[in-house]
Ligand binder design. Structure first.
Ligand code: ADP
Ligand code: MG
Length: 708
């Protein structure tokens, strides 16, 4: 073969040079300089597929001279952010066989050792002369030493944050360091910014007092001060909040048009009888909630109400009042709970409450035998007023109600939108009462559930003893279990709780099992102890729970499966292992399992935790106010987890935080009203940009808004 031929061949096979497409915000990132297939894949993980997405990928924090501590001033015991150039580095073995990557960094004021135990591989990515931004506690270890909780490698070029320079730190991902991301944004920023069009009308921008979009994007990516970056961010957050507010308004409107329902008459027949028969007086909060519910049920509009109240606030009796109101109008009621145990518990306590009225609820769970189930179904199919209490079993297609007028859903966040809708569809536009123990500040609840009215039980029934909560170190373990044994000797019961998180489920489960075996052989020898975790078949789990409830077990060693609604008044001690691994709201739910009887109860957080966790747990120990705890938890963890945004079908906030941005959210609420008053369907050209934003950005969210 002749050489020239093969050259020609190669030329033929090479695709003709594509004319570079004109850059728009919709240009795929793969067309951008410096973005190959590998980087494109990493970018996609961050939700960045188009050039415009790169602009919308906003730094999650900034560092400047005011947030960075000069190295010389990084004191032992403090938690600091420092910035310095690597002047030495290496991997050191320790006596325990752990390999530690170490670097010494230097700024104008001094030098500091940084250590990453167990991460020798960092030696490959961190080089001499790289600038590192590190955040973490400074400890004493042959001198000062910082162990980073987080760090960013800025590469060799950076000149630090002197002279008012601000460093933008971007959310990053595997294969795409903060440094690369920042370089990528900076490289394309000047070409992309002029393409950005302002979607909002000028009057809105003025009224909200935020910068126009192109300015805002420049401010967040290339700020001259942190304050300026925050101003840019406020614009992006505002836009997000405004869109969500508009969606909620719209959803409300749809729901309202669609919310013809039944008007019940407040006959004060059964409800008055219950009030007279109650063994206690209702709290003011309960009275208020009942009044709000009665008002909804009397109205011809469908009720969509969320009854929110901390664990033990007394939601059940409020639900029973609403059930009786429906029943005295001849209607049927379904109360659905997420687990069999909870459903049974409800059935039992409701049966007690209603016994003086001669009413017995119908229990419907998966555990019923064929004959029992037939009997239950027959009562629902009959025309008389019935209160059915059950689990998901209520959703089955063979469950038919003759006259379902009210649906009550306990622990509503544990059900999906569709499940709630199925139950609702078993009646003709029945009223809906949702119940939740997740305390959400009211303003936030309004944002999250635009379509729901909210009643809050913000008052505890009197006479409940506060739970004594303490944080105890490992060294007191023996004493802690001596205490537990003393309580057991006095006839009480005890929970020992282990964390179990999905990502390390196997390891955690093993740890819990090992610990359980150690307890049975040691500290709790001779006690009747069972291990309860989510991997057990649900009927086994139920047997264990029933035995514990009936006093046939003394101690329950459990993972977080006991979190929901278990009511054993005789359990007075809860020992929580590795408390630092739980969110505060989760700890609060767990603690709610004790202190339910007349005896003084104790919640003991056991383990050696870092300074930061100790502070968090100390705060938790000092209060039983679920709202305060939720607030703290939100600030620490952000929105995502707490509300299970996906389960709720809520549009996620990428930039805004309705809690932290409370004032901005208020502005957005007001302005959303003004926009819709001005142009209910956003038809004017003035609102074309906003309309586009909504239909493109929130298409999926729109589907989820119907409650029931
Ligand atoms: P939750 O809101 O967690 O569902 P419950 O409805 O289970 O709470 O009520 C917790 C306990 O408080 C129950 O034992 C209930 O009987 C009791 N309770 C409810 N309301 C009152 C009240 N007003 N006064 C005294 N005890 C009450
Ligand atoms: Mg409850």
């Amino acid at each position: 073969m002749i050489r020239g031929d093969s050259d020609a061949e190669a030329r033929r096979r090479r695709p003709p040079a594509r004319p570079a497409p004109r850059l728009t915000l919709d240009t795929p990132v793969t067309y951008l300089k410096g973005v190959g297939p590998a980087r494109a894949t990493s970018l996609a993980k961050l939700g960045i597929t188009l050039a415009g997405d790169l602009l919308r990928h906003v730094p999650h924090r900034y560092e400047d001279a005011t947030t960075v501590t000069p190295i010389a001033q990084a004191a032992v015991g403090a938690d600091v952010t420092v910035l310095g150039r690597v002047i030495a580095k290496g991997v050191l073995p320790t006596r325990k066989g752990l390999r530690v990557f170490q670097a010494v960094i230097q700024d104008a004021s001094g030098m500091l050792e940084i250590a990453w135990p167990g991460q020798p591989f960092l030696d490959r990515t961190i080089n001499k002369d790289d600038w590192l931004l590190c955040t973490g506690p400074v400890r004493f270890f042959h001198g000062r030493r910082l162990q980073p909780r987080e760090f960013v490698n800025l590469g060799p070029e950076e000149e630090g944050t002197g002279e008012g320079r601000v460093l933008a730190v971007y959310p990053s991902t595997e294969g795409l360091s903060v440094r690369l991301l920042r370089a990528m944004v900076q490289q394309h920023l000047d070409a992309l910014l002029p393409l950005v069009q302002e979607p909002l009308p000028a009057w809105l921008i003025d009224a909200a007092d935020v910068p126009p979009l192109p300015d805002a994007l420049r401010m967040v990516h290339r700020p001259t001060s942190v304050a300026e970056a925050m101003r840019g961010r406020s614009r992006l957050a505002f836009e997000e909040l405004l869109c969500v507010q508009l969606l909620h308004r719209k959803a409300n409107q749809v729901a309202r048009e669609d919310r013809g329902g039944r008007a019940f008459a407040n006959k004060r027949d059964l409800t008055s009888k219950l009030r007279a028969a109650l063994p206690y007086t209702l709290t003011h909060a309960q009275v208020r909630a009942i009044r709000e519910i009665v008002h909804d049920m009397e109205s011809p509009r469908r009720m969509h109400r969320l009854l929110q109240g901390d664990v033990g606030a007394g939601k059940t009796v409020v639900a029973v009042f609403s059930a009786l109101l429906a029943m005295e109008n001849g209607a049927q009621v379904a109360l659905m709970a997420p687990t069999e145990l909870l459903a049974e518990q409800h059935a039992r306590s409701v049966a007690n409450l209603l016994a003086p009225l001669g009413i017995a609820p119908v229990l419907l769970t998966g555990r019923l035998g064929a004959k029992e189930k037939r009997a239950a179904l027959a009562r629902l199919a009959g025309d008389g007023p019935v209160l059915a209490i059950g689990t998901h079993a209520l959703l089955q297609s063979d469950v038919a109600f003759a006259n379902l007028g009210l649906v009550i859903i306990d622990e509503q966040h544990r059900f999906g939108v569709e499940q709630r809708a199925i139950l609702g569809s078993k009646g003709v536009a029945p009223d809906v009462l949702l119940m939740s123990a997740t305390p959400i500040p009211r303003s936030l609840a309004l944002t999250l559930y635009g379509d729901l009215d909210v009643s809050v039980l913000d008052e505890r029934p009197p006479g409940r003893q506060p739970v004594t909560t303490v944080v105890r170190s490992e060294s007191t373990r023996t004493k802690v279990f001596e205490f537990a044994n003393a309580q057991l000797d006095a006839g009480r019961q005890v929970y020992v709780v282990y964390p179990l998180i999905e990502t390390s489920e196997k390891i955690d489960l093993k740890a819990a099992t090992v610990m359980y075996e150690a307890l049975v052989a040691g500290a709790l020898a001779g006690r009747r102890v069972a291990l309860l975790h989510g991997r057990l078949p649900s009927d086994e789990r139920d047997v264990i729970m029933r035995n514990f409830r009936d006093g046939a077990l003394d101690v329950l060693v459990a993972t977080t499966v006991i979190e929901v609604g278990i009511d054993v008044g005789n359990a007075t001690v809860m020992i929580i292992e590795h408390p630092e691994r739980f969110g505060l709201s989760q700890l609060h739910q767990l603690r709610g399992r004790v202190g339910r009887g007349a005896e003084q109860s104790y919640c003991i957080l056991l383990g050696d935790v870092g300074a930061e966790a100790a502070e968090r747990l100390g705060m938790f120990a000092a209060t039983e106010d679920g709202f305060e705890i939720a607030r703290a938890d939100l600030q620490l963890r952000g929105m995502g987890d707490l509300f299970g945004a996906k389960q709720h079908g809520l549009p996620a906030f990428r930039i805004a935080d309705p809690l932290r941005d409370e004032a901005l959210n208020e502005t957005a609420r007001t302005l959303a009203d003004r926009v819709l008053r001005d142009d209910p369907d956003l038809e004017q050209p003035l609102y074309a940009g906003l309309r586009q934003q909504l239909t493109v950005g929130y298409a999926k969210a729109l589907e989820y808004f119907r409650v029931g």
